[in-house]
Ligand binder design. Sequence first.
Ligand code: DGL
Length: 270
Amino acid sequence: MISKPVEASSPILFFDTGVGGLSVLREAQKLLPNAPIVYAADYAGMPYGTKSEEELSTRIPLLLGRLVERYKPQLVTIACNTASTIALDVVRSVLDIPVVGTVPAIKPASQMSKTGVIGLLGTQATIRQPYVDRLAAEFAADKTILRFGAPDLVNAAEAKLRGELPDPELIDAAVAGLLSQQRGDEIDTIILACTHFPLVQDELQKSFVRAIQFIDGSQGIARRIAYLTREVIWPEVPKSGVFVTTGDLIQLELYQKTLEQFGLTRLEAL
Ligand code: DGL
C-alpha cells in the first residue's frame, strides 16, 4: 500500500500515455485553476491501444505506484480510457488515495441521441472491453452503438499538439470506419472514448460534413475531481506544474509550447 499524503495542497496527478489527458486537464483547470498538477505521460509504453490486457494491467499499477511515491499526490486521475477500462480496479486496490477513471461517456450520449444510433471511437483495446459492454447494457440498451478502433487518431492528436498539421487521411479513415457500418448514416452522436480524440474534434467534425454532436467524459471527470477535493484550500496563485515522461526528455521540447499553456513548465523524466 502507498501511504496517504499529508499536505492538503499536494498535487493532482494526471496519467496518460501522451498528451491525450490534456483534454481532461483542460476541463479540470477550468474548475480548479490553482490546483498543483503533475501530468505523467507513459511515452515509453505508448500506444496502449494495441497492447494486451495482461501487459497493461501489470504496467499501469506499477507505474502509478512509482509516480505516487515520487510526487505524493492527493488524487490520481487516469486520463486514459484504455488504462481505465482495463486497470482501474487493480490501480484502486494498490493505491490508498482516490483514483478517478476515464470511461466512455455512453450514458450522456444515450440521453443526447435522437436517432438512437451512436458512434463510439476509441482505441482497439478500449472498444473490446467488457467494461464498455456493461456501460452499453446499463445505459444504452435501447440504442445502437457502432464501435470503431481508431489508433491512428492518437498520432493525429499528438502531431497537432506538437504544432503540426494532423494528417487528414487519418481523420477521414476514422470517420469512414463509423459511417461504413450498417446504420452508420444514422449516427447523430459520437462518443470520443480516447482522451486524445477531443483534441482533434474540429478535424473530425469537418470530415463528417453533416453536423454531429460529440461527447467525451472530461467535464464529468473535472466535476468529480472538484467534488473529491472540495475541502482542499488551494494555493492563492498557481504553481508551475510538472510534466513527467517515461520516455525521452528531449522529445518533450516539441510539445513545450502546448505544455506551457497548461502551466506545465517543469519537465522531468521518470
Ligand atoms: N489516450 C489513451 C486513451 O484514452 C490512448 C492512447 C494510446 O493508445 O496510447 O485511451
